[in-house]
Design a protein around this ligand. Sequence first.
Ligand code: ZN
Ligand code: ZN
Ligand code: ZN
Length: 562
Amino acid sequence: MKNLVCLLIIYAFCISVRAQNNTENSISSTQNSQTSKPKLVVGIIVDQMRYDYLTRYYNKYVEGGFKRLINEGFNCKNNHFNYIPTKTGPGHASVFTGTTPKYHGIIGNDWYDMKTREDVNCVQDDSVKPLGTKSDDGKKSPRLMLSTTFADENRLFTQMRGKTIGISVKHRGAILPAGHTANAAYWFDYDHNGTGNWMSSTFYMEELPEWVKEFNKSGIAKSYFKIWDTLYDIETYTESGSDENNFERIFDGKKTSTFPYDLKALKSKNGGYEIIADSPYGNSLTTDFTLKAIDAEALGQDDITDVLTVSYSSTDKVGHDFGVNSKEIQDTYLRLDLELERLLNALDQKVGKGEYVVFLTSDHAAPNVPAFLKSNKIPAGLFDVSGMFDEMNRLLKEKYSISNLILSRLNNQLVLDREKIQDNNLDLQEVKTFVANKLLAYKLIDKVYITSAINQFEGPEGYLETFLANGHHQKRSGDILFVYTARVFKDSEWNKTGTDHGTGFNYDTHVPLLFFGKGIKHGETLQRTWITDIAPTISALLGISLPNAAIGNPLEFVLLHD
Ligand code: ZN
Ligand code: ZN
Ligand code: ZN
């Protein structure tokens, strides 16, 4: 008995020593991981980048751009969006918040605001003033985004000592990724014959910093009013269709959709600086501005992690104009590859090789244009949304003797006038069902859901119904959702050529996801990953809280463990 007590005492002593060792181990490993954090996180979005742009043009890429990210980093080859609609605003918000429109509330680039009874832009904020321009495109902030980004969580974690800067030609591409606590977001004043300045809003600061003012005075933007010809001999661009065809936009003042494009000659008829945003030079200008920002803001210069978000928007604009099979889009990607090389080389030099981490993904992809697909016998089409909208209101008037019961058709959602429905004692559910049944009669509409059903749907990720539910915010989204058959676009002059996006089909959801740099393994996976996994992965890498509404999971297999 005495021996047993002795043994027990010795045993207890051993356990307590082990426990102590464990605590010491865990303290030292926390210390290790704290000192070994990346000095800078660079989140790159390539607007409208299909996954196959990595593989189709692979042999034409240089060693230091996309190939460097693939060959030294981790390639998630089967990465998808998990909600509808796959548009720019929701895309940028979802990558950085790790959640979907259902929670972050950015349900489209624009949506119908039921309170003001007007359309609202996803970054609209009339309470702030533009900086660097007088344009309304400067009245922008992230206030409509309902959750935090990982950059916000990094700011909170570092007691606001880690900086965040967001940069993009598009306002939403700059503002949403950087989040609510960003030191600054900067975007390019090209729209509505803009000034060609980089701008911001008083949401972030009282006045533009000197370095931005200097950049705006430098004439760098103006220098891109030049000839856009192919980077290499056009004959070598065998990965895309012929330069001249019926599926591409023809710029005003030009007779064909063919190289070369003289941007100086075209600017007056094509929106001034907008023609730069519409060419690969919008991406070059983004890199120019980004490199200045890294220097001027001393990003990645100390041990407190900073976050830089860069969104290359011109890929989307060239895609909308010329389509995914064009020589123009191929040239835009070959040139973007050089921009990435320039950015990575600068980061090596300014922050230090192996001291920063990069991820690259997109905000949505895009399909071939219906006219091109049809010419290749693949079913596709254009749907007259505004005709349908008028017809639905006409049918409702016929049935209920009330006009304009449907207020909006944005983002393939119909918004009903709840006030009228209540004032006239109509049964909301009955009106919804009536409209849904009429919608289903259209040949190009494949599925129709009423929101009460979609919000109750519980199923595994990957189903159309889950995508719709993930994209649906109860207070902002419409009452009836309709889904086209595959490869159908909204009919408009704009959509007869080029491309569009927004569906839950693979051609819109499948985008690259590359991780590279500090703390990242070399490898690849074909396992399906979701866009909402990116922010949790970066949070895990940094050891910080998940963005507050994140639903994704850290991709453990991309992270190095010590
Ligand atoms: Zn986009
Ligand atoms: Zn062309
Ligand atoms: Zn787009």
